[in-house]
Design a protein around this ligand. Structure first.
Ligand code: ZN
Length: 186
């Protein structure tokens, strides 16, 4: 067999295996990513909405933003963290989300809380700010859910967030499985 053809064959087999792996992974999550975001009337859907809703922008007047839009969320008993400093919109959702997590006995799936409010740009972007800058994104279990990996987030946890209108970073093109955000096309 010609050497190049041999390499091609190995490459094809590798790509096929990768594809199969991705299909299998996508099937793990029962609640698919909804494409009709009107289903979640309260969730922020675009950059325009974000910019209009949260004024002053956190990087222009951080103190003004925090005063108007940030709050301290108290986690219920059973989680390895007590408080999350987050957007008031996030706090009201987390009440429902953590209630569901407890109801399904999934609190042990939360190992660490790894950040919410952080005025910074999206990794790799020079202009666009991260939803963390608005306190609208929350990271969990960072140690085993690094950017670019499939991670080990429990599918039921992903489903609970998705059912509440949140978007999981594991669905991003550039996977970020530790990340959940309360916004869509942002
Ligand atoms: Zn994040």
């Amino acid at each position: 067999m010609n050497y190049n053809k041999y390499i091609d064959k190995i490459m094809m087999a590798f790509l096929r295996r990768e594809e199969e792996k991705e299909v299998k992974e996508a099937k793990r999550y029962k609640v698919p990513e909804p494409d009709d975001t009107d289903f979640f009337p309260t969730v922020t859907k675009s950059w325009e909405e974000l910019v209009n809703k949260y004024q002053p922008s956190p990087w222009i007047d951080g103190i003004g933003f925090e005063h108007d839009f940030m709050t301290l969320f108290n986690a219920p008993q059973g989680f390895p963290f007590k408080r999350i400093y987050c957007n008031t919109d996030v706090a009201s959702d987390l009440d429902f989300i953590f209630e569901d997590v407890l109801r399904l006995g999934l609190e042990k799936e939360f190992k660490t809380f790894d950040g919410c409010f952080n005025i910074r740009k999206i990794r790799g972007s020079k202009t666009k700010y991260s939803l963390h800058a608005y306190g609208l994104a929350v990271d969990f279990n960072a140690a085993t859910n690094r950017m670019g990996t499939a991670g080990d987030m429990h599918p039921d946890v992903v489903d609970i967030f998705t059912a509440c209108g949140w978007r999981w970073g594991g669905y991003f093109k550039r996977r970020d499985p530790m990340h959940f955000q309360r916004a869509w096309n942002c």
